[in-house]
Design a protein around this ligand. Structure first.
Ligand code: SAM
Length: 217
């Protein structure tokens, strides 16, 4: 899905000057790459460090993640939870559950992360907020739907982060040359820009992170 948007040498330089992965994250990265043909979906070292640091700055009590995959971003985000805080993460593919659970345990986060298996749009309404940090990283055509579903559960001052908002750079192509996912991301980005209830930063980290702060209901 995603290829690096930066030259490889710059990616490697950024990685070399970013705090190394913890043993649990390094093991998860390695095992995901060994076992999964779709390992490119994993956030990885630099984006993971960015998510961890953002979470540590936000100091959330409750986090919701949509799209667990093998748990890399879940572990990074949960590291910023306040004492007593908790995270919910949703993944449609039940085969991924045990691999994520294994590394969540290695990271010492089993009691702090609840894994949900199923269709995110069905599970989100069953989860009570408030969530002071939401990470949207599942199927791209549903980003706008997830945004609508979670918005009321985020308090004013809370944050949402959406991944892959550059979609391999396809968002800057004419619409006629964009694929289905890039078109959906383009609509999502336009939706965020038009929403006066939020402030937003499109950070060109890896495949693009849209960092959204809710400023009014
Ligand atoms: C890009 S990966 C998530 C990567 C992960 N957040 C990380 O950074 O390591 C997207 C995940 O969303 C899951 N997914 C796709 N559609 C979904 C849906 N409708 N409900 C829940 N999960 C879904 C996919 O199975 C996949 O594992």
């Amino acid at each position: 899905m995603t290829a690096p948007l930066l030259p490889r040498a710059i990616e490697e330089y950024a990685s070399a000057y970013t705090t190394p992965e913890t043993p649990a994250l390094a093991g998860l990265n390695r095992e995901t790459n060994m076992k999964r043909g779709d390992a490119v979906m994993l956030s990885g070292h630099v984006q993971g460090a960015a998510l961890k640091m953002l979470s540590e700055m936000i100091k959330p009590m409750h986090i919701l993640e949509i799209g667990t995959f093998t748990g890399y971003s879940a572990i990074c985000l949960a590291m910023g939870l306040r004492p007593g805080g908790h995270m919910h993460t949703i993944e449609i593919d039940e085969e991924l559950h045990d691999l994520a659970a294994k590394y969540i345990a290695q990271a010492g986060l089993t009691d702090r992360i609840t894994q949900h298996t199923g269709v995110a749009a069905d599970i989100i309404p069953t989860l009570d907020g408030p969530f002071d940090l939401v990470f949207i990283d599942a199927d791209k055509p549903n980003y706008e739907r997830y945004y609508e579903q979670v918005f009321a559960k985020v308090p004013v001052g809370g944050y949402l982060i959406a991944d892959n908002v550059l979609y391999d750079g396809e968002v800057v192509l004419p619409v006629s040359e964009q694929g289905k996912n890039a078109k959906a991301i383009q609509l999502f980005n336009d939706r965020i820009r038009a929403d006066k209830r939020v402030e937003h930063l499109l950070a060109p980290i890896r495949d693009g992170l849209m960092i959204i702060k809710k400023i009014s209901d």
